[in-house]
Design a protein around this ligand. Sequence first.
Ligand SMILES: C[S@@+](CC[C@H](N)C(=O)[O-])C[C@H]1O[C@@H](n2cnc3c(N)ncnc32)[C@H](O)[C@@H]1O
Length: 188
Amino acid sequence: MKTTFCDVQLETAPGRVFTPRPTTEALVNAALERIDGVPMRIADVGTGGGAIAVALAINKPEIEVWATDTSEDAVELAQANAEKNGVADRVHVLRGDLLDPVPAPVDLIVANLPYLPESRHDSRYDDEPDDAVYAPGDGLETYRRLLDACRDGKLKTGGRVLLQYDGKPFEADCWQLEDLRARLENAA
Ligand SMILES: C[S@@+](CC[C@H](N)C(=O)[O-])C[C@H]1O[C@@H](n2cnc3c(N)ncnc32)[C@H](O)[C@@H]1O
């Protein structure tokens, strides 16, 4: 099957890989506003079918993107979407946890990771893989681990983080990671 996301044609794999939602286009637009003509290294963490990574790379030829996911099906689909859209030379799709596969610090991290607690079933996502939607505990554990990884050197000094939570972008620079964590916890 196919979908259109940020005016980009993407293949989908319903039931195996999360299908990108229109609400995530706001996250892409927020990221595009932070890219200003100079070469940048960007990580799309939990890339799914590569929607965010591919949309960013098509709109900004000056960037290079590392797109990670733990799901083998997601990595396969993201690679196919990068190739189909002619950006596979600048979108490096890698399988692994969060920022682990990203080889060097990046300027911008964009992520739409699972954030619903397992106890809060949401029928809107019944056709999606559970690992793409639900996260342990209060649902924020995956984002907390990502923010920890930013502090461990995977985000450049002066770099920024853009996360999607509850359908909205949450943003911070590298000095505001604790504040971002608190804002997510308040929103949960
Ligand atoms: C809500 S889906 C979003 C997919 C895509 N970013 C989008 O917006 O359409 C979350 C994705 O994060 C991946 N994921 C979950 N835990 C992860 C982890 N620890 N490291 C990397 N990816 C992870 C899932 O496999 C899934 O593809």
